[in-house]
Design a protein around this ligand. Sequence first.
Ligand SMILES: NC(=O)C1=CN([C@@H]2O[C@H](COP(=O)(O)OP(=O)(O)OC[C@H]3O[C@@H](n4cnc5c(N)ncnc54)[C@H](O)[C@@H]3O)[C@@H](O)[C@H]2O)C=CC1
Ligand SMILES: N=C(N)NCCCC(=O)O
Ligand code: NA
Length: 505
Amino acid sequence: MAAPPTIPRRGLFIGGGWREPALGRRLPVVNPATEATIGDIPAATAEDVEIAVAAARDAFSRDGGRHWSRAPGAVRAKFLRAIAAKINDRKSDLALLETLDSGKPLDETNADMEDVAACFEYYADLAEALDEKQRSPISLPMENFKSHILKEPIGVVGLITPWNYPLLMATWKVAPSLAAGCTAVLKPSELASLTCLELGAICIEVGLPPGVLNIITGLGTEAGAPLSSHPHVDKVAFTGSTETGKRIMTAAAQMVKPVSLELGGKSPLIVFDDVDIDKAVEWAMFGIFANAGQVCSATSRLLLHEKIAKQFLDRLVAWAKNIKISNPLEEGCRLGSVVSEGQYEKIKKFISTARSEGATILYGGARPQHLRRGFFIEPTIITDVTTSMQIWREEVFGPVICVKEFRTESEAVELANDTHYGLAGAVISNDQERCERISKALHSGIVWINCSQPTFVQAPWGGNKRSGFGRELGEWGLSNYLTVKQVTKYCSDEPWGWYQSPSKL
Ligand SMILES: NC(=O)C1=CN([C@@H]2O[C@H](COP(=O)(O)OP(=O)(O)OC[C@H]3O[C@@H](n4cnc5c(N)ncnc54)[C@H](O)[C@@H]3O)[C@@H](O)[C@H]2O)C=CC1
Ligand SMILES: N=C(N)NCCCC(=O)O
Ligand code: NA
């Protein structure tokens, strides 16, 4: 097991430097795998939001935007690449900090740090490519006119992010918004902010112009809410719960401020009877037990063809028993703790409600016996589920999968779409045409075929229905932070000639 590092004591990152919160308050940092308090983070309030937004506004318009918002994309790309390089240099200490803060297995946080660096690199490329896309002509039906397009940064953006992939979810917003030329105020989750604060330290090291990125930690109600309603914030991008998403959209609506929302999910995984059972079981496990199921796209509803259901569940239980559940710093850990006591209690409540509604806890459902402290929950498999049960309808955000059987393809699709959410869906079958049909029939923004969860920075990410709207990642992620301006020019020497000219006399 790696030695725990000391937890850096940071301030709020505003205007290029550290600053104590106006009210001087701090919040404890809890390691959920040990329940120990291991440090603290600043607790920003509306006073700090004012200062951070002012710093971002100033950075947006300083020197007419010459050094950032109107600079060539290549200038911004240099900073994004420098950040990526620092993330790579510090990969293992960042992974360790994030594991201590969130309970995620070290192998997962290491992979996440690689994704963080790759995301900064990717948007550096897109920032450069943006220069070539400027002034693209629009063809008009009148030759007296010429028109072209400018893609401009939307302004100051508020980025409010969750704890499940603390630095990665922040990066999905920070990298494209800075690539676009926006300046930003990031508000990470109070449950896991350590690595986002380290991003502030990295911004200092690479000499990012002051105020381009500001990072304020604190509670949602105290720091997130004033950010989402701030009149000088031009857009809010949010990932988190559907309830908080509604609040943010309501606050933003008062100023007709655009929002993009990446919210909860209850995504299905459909398994047909023509599959290699063990391969399919492993994807089903990855879809719900990776990151202890605290994934918005987790495939938490398993739909099994009745012909293979029994055999599949036997193998699923056998594989689940084999998962290494341990302190997330231990080598080979595949299931750490969940993020907090609150989340732990919430998951246990979901399991007890399922039981009292008549479902069967086929496997798991409790604290692993060998772990006395920490917010650990066994991988949990729930059967005998009806479509009116809470466990079928609501997002658990824990290592809990519920199972139903189906007979026909159309029944599978109907069950899969029986949800208010629409983030992701997955199908496993050897019949490629069937997979194609199902990928069209699922009401979701993401479909995985013969897998669940692999995520690539190049491909669009986001949902439908109550999973939100807007797409992150890929070129869509950049468009989120750009506005499109048309510039139309009259280029004839002739007068317009609509009104009659008065006589000259
Ligand atoms: N879709 C996803 O990726 C996530 C979904 N969730 C779901 O949400 C449940 C609750 O978890 P929370 O951490 O409480 O999620 P949350 O949605 O409240 O938190 C996400 C972010 O929003 C901020 N926030 C909270 N209230 C706010 C407000 N009124 N205005 C502006 N910002 C606000 C939080 O401080 C955090 O930075 C989880 O059990 C899970 O079901 C949680 C995290 C991520
Ligand atoms: N990096 C991977 N594999 N997944 C990201 C999931 C993002 C989310 O929960 O919103
Ligand atoms: Na924590």
